[in-house]
Design a protein around this ligand. Structure first.
Ligand code: ADP
Length: 404
């Protein structure tokens, strides 16, 4: 099945055209800085993925998607010559609230429920919904599926998802932990079960998605029972530009002392904090690791804090589960940084997570998952490569096939 995956953000659009039978990508597209004067969109086609770049200044996110469709139809290099050659559309939706516990085919009822979720991710859900509407108007007969970042976490028990606030806020506004990166955690857990050669339902796993954003999930017998991101992706680990968990009283203190608005505070926490805020170097882990090598003390502190918070979260989830069979590392940092994996697991050997330094140092091939703990480590350590767009395409084709 040929699936167009649409991943719309507040100022970005990532798309891929994926042939799910052969698991191959036919087209990749990335639009960034959407809404700004210097907004651009790069598009590339298989097999060599040479990028062509277009200005998309003045266009909204759904308008960028429309532009991509026009290029897909017109470009002689494109793998398709008409929109009829796209069999299904898979949309990544950040927040599904309490309405969606799995991927959903978008019919009238699902579309109405999506409206109710917009408040939960005001930056991400509205542009994604606008893309769905645009595609429905252009390709009304092509099935569309919504794949939710939150769906995997709907199995959490109330003790993990209710906040210790007056219950009226949960009842009135549905303020609770929803988590994120669910597609990635689910996939990482299943891949680890395959690596261990045991059924997922028998295992206790701690899955660590460490990219620009980061979250850790306790996956007990295949179900998410707790996760570090919360009502929004701001909670939990220290991230590229997000603070992660801090004392909430700091917010009001800074706002009063600096005389800044809610929006400005939101921006400090989401865009200026984390690795970037502490290191003063960059949000990109590679730059910060380079700065550490050059002797930058702030960068060293940022890395120390980043690692420490991951260690504490892994330890917390070890306590939350009835058993722990493996810790699974995935996403940009989890997959690629042997140095950070070594720093993280150096502190966790006493819990029975014993890294094999040689296995850890091997640069994995893309798409090849592996175990990097010593043979008799009581708890295994796995590295799993993630590909969010591919997983969304697979979930979409599975659901659409069931409907046919
Ligand atoms: P996103 O959350 O945007 O999908 P990714 O999963 O691609 O992000 O992760 C991006 C992060 O991974 C960046 O901080 C980048 O520096 C880091 N990263 C990628 N490769 C390496 C590497 N070899 N060593 C250290 N960090 C890396």
């Amino acid at each position: 099945m040929r699936v167009l995956v649409v991943n719309a953000g507040s100022s970005s659009l990532k798309c891929q055209l994926i042939e799910t039978d052969g698991k191959v990508s036919l087209m990749k597209c990335l639009a960034e800085k959407v809404g700004k004067d210097d907004a651009y969109m790069s598009i590339s086609f298989a097999p060599d993925f040479q990028k062509s770049t277009y200005s998309v200044s003045g266009l909204s996110v759904p308008e960028c998607l429309k532009r991509l469709l026009d290029i897909l139809v017109d470009d002689p290099e494109s793998p398709i010559s008409g929109l009829g050659q796209i069999d299904a559309i898979g949309n990544r939706i950040v927040a599904g609230g309490e309405y969606f516990s799995k991927a959903a085919l978008i019919d009238e009822a699902a579309r109405e429920k999506l409206d109710l979720c917009e408040d939960l991710a005001p930056l991400h859900n509205p542009p994604a919904d606008a893309c769905i509407d645009m595609m429905r108007s252009i390709m009304p007969d092509t099935p569309q599926v919504a794949v939710f970042d939150t769906a995997f976490h709907t199995t959490m028990p109330p003790k993990a998802y209710v906040y210790p606030l007056p219950m009226e806020y949960y009842e009135k506004y549905k303020i609770r932990r929803y988590g994120a990166h669910g597609t990635s955690h689910r996939y990482a857990a299943q891949q680890a079960a395959n690596l261990l050669g045991r059924p997922l339902r028998d295992l206790g796993l701690i899955t660590c998605h460490l990219g620009n954003g980061g979250s850790i999930t306790a996956v007990n017998h295949g179900k998410s029972i707790d996760t570090s991101m919360g009502f929004t992706p701001l909670e939990g680990l220290m991230m590229g530009t997000r603070s992660g968990s801090i004392d909430p009283a700091i917010l009001t203190y800074i706002m009063r002392r600096e005389g800044i608005s809610f929006d400005e505070m939101d921006s400090v926490l989401n865009r200026e904090s984390g690795i970037l805020g502490v290191s003063g170097v960059s949000a990109d882990m590679r730059d910060v690791l380079d700065a550490v090598k050059a002797g930058n003390e702030q960068a060293e502190l940022a890395i120390d804090m980043y690692v420490y918070r991951i260690q504490k979260t892994i330890g917390g989830y070890y306590a939350a589960m009835t058993r722990t069979d493996a810790v699974v590392m995935t996403a940009g940092i989890g997959e690629n940084s042997a140095e950070l994996r070594e720093r993280i697991f150096d502190g966790l050997a006493h819990m029975g997570m014993i890294l094999d330094k040689k296995r850890n140092d091997v640069t994995g091939e893309i798409g090849v998952n592996r175990i990097i703990s010593i043979d008799d480590s009581p708890i295994k350590i796995c590295v799993v490569t993630t590909d969010e767009e591919m997983r969304i395409a697979r979930e979409t084709s599975d659901l659409v096939s069931q409907m046919m």
